[in-house]
Ligand binder design. Structure first.
Ligand code: NAP
Length: 484
């Protein structure tokens, strides 16, 4: 089997699934998709916390070639997105290509054979000329190095590993972190918990989500006239792409967006002390702009306390903050985000000359157009370095990257070539321009975020709008590649 494969795809999230569908369509159907879990969905399988929901409108959070007239709401709940992915996988005949419960440990480029040899947990190996990483950026839960985590006597968990077996009714729940995930589950927990203590290190800009259910008529219309769904999707994409201006430092658009967020805070929170704690002091967009219709409202409930003193340590009884106060909790939830700047780190990838990707990225991950890396022939990454967005749907980026991958595989076939490797020169040139462009964005501002390394290099975000990215990706410049 191994010798017959066109490509090995790691991960069965949106990236891996889209790649498999499009490669098969292009005639590269001898594929295997290796997935450590027992079903597809990636982040939408893993993150099942109460209230988990997409903060990108549903119409745009679907594949352009598999529209979904059945979305129940303007912003889809997690289970609906996971089910949609499963439906798409079945519709396009992908299910037979998955190998579940198969965790990839290592992938090594075999120069002599001109292929990647992938080792999975248990020792089995598979080989193929092309390796596609669909690992994405948000697959490794992070606990922010908070000391004392093991000392806590109650139940505790990370937002990406929700304990649905534990009833929070009447309990005191400590929530460490107030980011994109936390602002979705805190309102849900507060409905039944006796008390919720939110430990917030940095406030976020929050704008209303304006979520609503789609009516039966709207669903019928999207079903009966797919062109309307398509047009709607295009319109939302375009409007969101124009919003990129707000992520550029010093623009009127940024100022307007900041005004909108602060006005919303002002309208919901009347207590001046609480408002002060929730007012960010850094440029808007520097951290992800959050959308919610119920988070601020939840913080005004008497049963919810917002603590802004730094978390010093977790103790057997709860959380101790830097002012020495002890906050007793029955349960602790870590909404402390993910380890994001290591990228493919759960898998050890070794390229030409025995050089590992982690060594190549010792000063921070970088890839050509977020997809390829010098010294790593026929390795293609989806949602790789510098392809995350703050203003639009990642699905759009993934589809572009998959289009690029398909063109590259066609080029290999056309030339009868063994491998394509981006040149070091092209990689450096691309990244120098990218990093220069990023200095003009909000992400370079005075905040900490999961978009940058400890030394401040922005490794996660794309520097422009998605229209620009799509244009660059449409026809690969193979002159930037060494062809073997
Ligand atoms: P996150 O946004 O990075 O939030 C992590 C939170 O933990 C932040 O509030 C952070 O504070 C806090 N934290 C970290 N260390 C801490 C410490 N020592 N003490 C106290 N607080 C600490 O992580 P996330 O909520 O898991 O979201 C990650 C990303 O996932 C999002 O940005 C988004 O891209 C994606 N996501 C998307 C959706 C969606 O709807 N599409 C939903 C959820 C998540 P600081 O801000 O001070 O660092």
């Amino acid at each position: 089997m191994a010798d017959d494969l066109d490509a090995i795809i790691i991960g069965a999230g949106f990236g891996g699934l889209t790649a498999a569908i499009k490669l098969k369509e292009a005639g590269f159907g001898r594929l295997v998709m290796l997935e450590k879990a027992d079903r597809i969905g990636g982040t939408w399988r893993e993150n099942t916390y109460p209230g988990a929901c997409c903060d990108v409108p549903s119409r745009l959070y679907s594949l352009s070639f598999a529209l979904n007239p059945e979305w129940s709401r303007a912003f889809s709940p997690q289970a609906e997105i996971r089910d949609y992915m499963e439906r798409v996988a079945k519709q396009f005949g992908m299910m037979g290509l998955f190998r579940f419960n198969t965790e990839v440990e290592k992938a090594v480029w075999d120069e002599a054979a001109g292929q990647w040899t992938v080792t999975v947990k248990g020792g089995e190996t598979l080989s193929a000329p092309v390796l596609v990483s669909g690992l994405g950026q948000l697959n490794k839960p992070g606990y922010a190095g908070i000391p004392g985590r093991d000392a806590f006597k109650g139940d505790s968990w990370h937002s990406a590993g929700w304990r649905h077996d534990i009833d929070l009714t009447g309990k005191t729940v400590g929530c460490i972190g107030a980011g994109a995930s936390a602002i979705q589950y805190i309102p849900e927990i507060a409905r039944t918990a006796g008390k919720v203590i939110v430990f917030q290190r940095t406030p976020n800009y929050i704008v209303p989500r304006l979520d609503r259910a789609f009516s039966a008529f709207e669903k019928w219309l999207f079903r009966a006239v797919p062109a309307i769904d398509r047009l709607n999707r295009w319109f939302i994409w375009r409007m969101m792409d124009l919003r990129f201006q707000a992520f550029k430092t010093g623009t009127k658009s940024a100022e307007n967006f900041r005004g909108l967020a602060l006005k919303y805070l002002d309208a919901v929170v009347t207590d001046p002390a609480l408002k002060a704690k929730l007012t960010p002091d850094y440029p808007i967009g520097c951290k992800r702009i959050l959308v919610s219709d119920d988070y601020y409202q939840t913080l005004t409930r008497p049963s919810v306390e917002l603590v802004t003193e730094a978390v010093a340590e977790v103790t057997p009884a709860g959380v101790k903050t830097a002012d020495g106060a002890e906050h007793a909790c029955d349960v602790l939830v870590y909404g402390t985000g993910f380890v994001t700047t290591d990228f493919v780190s759960p898998v050890e990838i070794v390229g030409a000359g025995g050089r590992s990707l982690s060594a190549a990225w010792k000063d921070g991950a970088e890839a050509y157009l977020g997809v390829t890396v010098a010294g790593f022939p026929n390795l293609f990454m989806l949602y790789g370095p510098n392809t995350n967005l703050g203003h639009n749907s990642i699905i759009v980026m993934i589809e572009s990257q998959v289009g690029y991958l398909v063109e590259a595989m066609k080029e290999l076939k056309r030339r009868g070539a063994r491998s394509l490797t981006v040149t070091d020169q092209a990689l450096k040139r691309f990244n120098a321009e990218l990093q220069q462009d990023l200095t003009k964005t909000a992400w370079a501002g005075s905040c900490s975020s999961w978009y940058k390394t400890a030394s401040g290099k922005i490794t996660n975000n794309w520097s422009n709008d998605t229209a620009t990215y799509m244009r660059l990706m449409r026809s690969p410049a193979f002159a930037d590649y060494e062809v073997a």
